[in-house]
Design a protein around this ligand. Structure first.
Ligand code: C5P
Length: 399
């Protein structure tokens, strides 16, 4: 992640999450940015301008009518900054931005701002789900705003729900990505994610420990790089990235149907889901009862969705990316999978490195190269995978 040489306007709204914006200022700074902080009057009630001055090395701006400043502060500031980050974006700030109000330094500067706009909403879930807030957000998204979060979790009120400001690292990453080229613009990418649940009876299933993090990270980064994203997801506790078309499935068969339906429009298919290879041969309509003896479950093979896609595709489209989670001979199995499933790229990792966590150690295997990557976050890995997709699926190529 790099913001080297960039000037970033960090607009801090008045919510309890404002204290986390100090960490965000630090992250932006660490990524190489020169940070200009603008605070609303309410923000200064939660955290002082001095905190930001200390971190960024520049006085935080709070007044539209700053007597120490002889020019037009909002124009000066926004001429210098090529990117704006609003964190926390309160419901009030989102509303003022959507309306184009200019009634304090923050809103006026945002109206005059140039370049990408990253907003990190934070508020109580009831305010977040209010149709007024959602309509304002939709307006901002339609104008190109990049929305990060809010996350689900414990809130200042003691309750829990969607409304927490995204982690400072995630916001800083979005800021860096906002300046990255939209090299997937015009492409439609189908991404599968998460586990599949194969029903045994009305209350039981066979599943696996896949969290969906890799697929959701791919969707998030692909969207940021301009792609249209269809996220076909098995059961996952994660919130899908804003802007993705989400197709929820449970079983491998449902996943195959969803992917097949999306295939005609797909420029690339990235199969990061941990699809079950087998499903119970019969699904009991009633709950299976405990009996005196042992219980054996007979399993039937699931279709291998990726192999089917590989066999059916008209090269070079869609670009096909498969995953290989192995416990040994990573590159050997990945090469075999690449050939057998007719993929363009196989992302191989050891089971101990990648399952469930936020980062991974992967090796990218193509017909001509093997690239062993160092440990990195799944979002960074997603960027690497999408680099490979971008070079193979140009919007201008025929098909
Ligand atoms: O052969 P293996 O199951 O290890 O291959 C893993 C890759 O194939 C992953 O990309 C996975 O999403 C995909 N796959 C599939 N359908 C299956 C099993 C795996 O598409 N039934």
């Amino acid at each position: 992640m790099s913001l080297a040489g960039q000037s970033v306007m960090l607009v801090v709204g008045g919510g309890i999450a404002a204290y986390k914006s100090a960490a965000l200022a630090r992250e932006l700074q660490r990524a190489g940015a020169r940070v200009e902080t603008v605070m609303t009057a309410a923000a200064t009630r939660f955290i002082t301008p001095l905190t930001f001055a200390g971190i960024t090395g520049r006085a935080a701006h709070t007044e539209l009518w700053d007597p120490s400043f002889s020019g037009e502060l909002h124009i000066e500031l926004t001429s210098r900054c090529g990117l704006s980050v609003v964190a926390p974006a309160t419901a009030n700030l989102l509303a003022r931005m959507a309306l184009g109000l200019a009634d304090d330094l923050a809103s006026t500067a945002l109206l005059a701002a140039r370049g990408p706009l990253v907003v990190a909403p934070a508020m109580h879930p009831r305010m977040w789900t209010n149709p007024a807030t959602q309509a304002n957000l939709a307006t901002l998204i339609a104008r190109g705003a990049i929305v990060v979060g809010p996350d689900d979790g414990p809130l200042a009120s003691g309750e829990s729900g969607v409304g927490r400001m995204a982690a400072p690292e995630a916001i800083a990453r979005a800021a860096a990505d906002a300046l990255c080229p939209k090299d997937l613009e015009g492409l439609r990418v189908v991404i599968t994610a998460g586990p599949t649940y194969e029903a045994l009876d009305p209350v039981r299933f066979l599943g696996n420990r896949s969290s969906g993090r890799m697929g959701y990270a791919l969707a998030e980064v692909a969207l940021r790089r301009g792609a249209g994203v269809d996220l076909v997801t098995g059961p996952s506790a994660l919130a899908p990235p804003v802007g993705a078309s989400v197709h929820r499935v449970r079983s491998a068969l449902e996943m195959r149907d969803a992917v097949s339906a999306l295939l005609p429009a797909a420029d690339a298919v990235i199969m990061s889901a941990a699809v079950a290879d087998y499903r119970p041969a019969t699904v009991s309509t009633e709950k299976l009862k405990k009996t005196a003896g042992e219980l054996s479950i007979s399993l039937t093979k699931n279709p291998d969705i990726l192999a089917e896609l590989g066999a059916a595709r008209g090269a070079p489209r869609p670009v096909l990316v498969g995953f290989a989670v192995e416990t040994a001979d990573l590159v050997g199995y990945a090469r075999d999978k690449l050939a057998r499933k007719r993929c363009d790229l196989v992302v191989a990792n050891l089971a101990r490195d990648g399952f469930e966590g936020d980062d991974n150690v992967a090796t990218l295997v193509t017909a001509t190269a093997v690239e062993a990557l160092p440990r990195m976050s799944k979002v960074e890995l997603a960027s690497k995978i999408l680099d490979a997709v971008a070079t193979r699926a140009r919007p201008s190529s025929p098909g």
